[in-house]
Design a protein around this ligand. Sequence first.
Ligand code: ZN
Ligand code: ZN
Length: 207
Amino acid sequence: MSTSNPPYPEDFAEDFRETLAFHGHLCLDIAVGYRVAKAAVAAAQAAGADPTNLVAVVGNDTCAVDAIQRVTGCTFGKRNLVPRLSGKPVYVLQDAATGVGVRLYVHFWEQFDADGSFRAAMRAAKSGKLDAAGQAKFQADQEALIRRILEMPDADLFTLRPVHAPPPPRSGGFDAAPCAGCGEHVKRTMLVDGRCAECRSEITYSG
Ligand SMILES: [Zn+2]
Ligand SMILES: [Zn+2]
């Protein structure tokens, strides 16, 4: 039976199972994100952040971010999940009022698959070209690695340090004005020379 899709192993912690249900599949990055989020919440609170008024800043837009959202309660729609896409697995959790918080960098990815064999197996599994036994082996290997991630000491997964920086500005309000090109209403601060990103061809939905 595939373990990448529901039902998930029943011996996983309840909040990890809830995270998997939210995310929709089992993968390494959701397990890493779960560990990061749990540690970040605990460390931010220990540093004096108000756990009811947190803001998360994420450096990438991978599976881990679903765990950040599910575990911290900071979500894109509530505007307390802020993408600052540096392309790094960096996650910052701060008190939205004081800026007190923590920054985590996941160094686990630097070494976890030094010979590339896991990623090669994952590509093969996703290609659909593996037979049933090959798929089962990949799923078993992946689950074993996920179990290791769930048990690893924090220091084997990430570095964590306190931060005390201004929290990201709250992007509230929707002061809109018509675009000079298409006439559609646009958040005023997103207009450049009166034109929206689509009319500037920075975003296209052709075809
Ligand atoms: Zn995933
Ligand atoms: Zn326009």
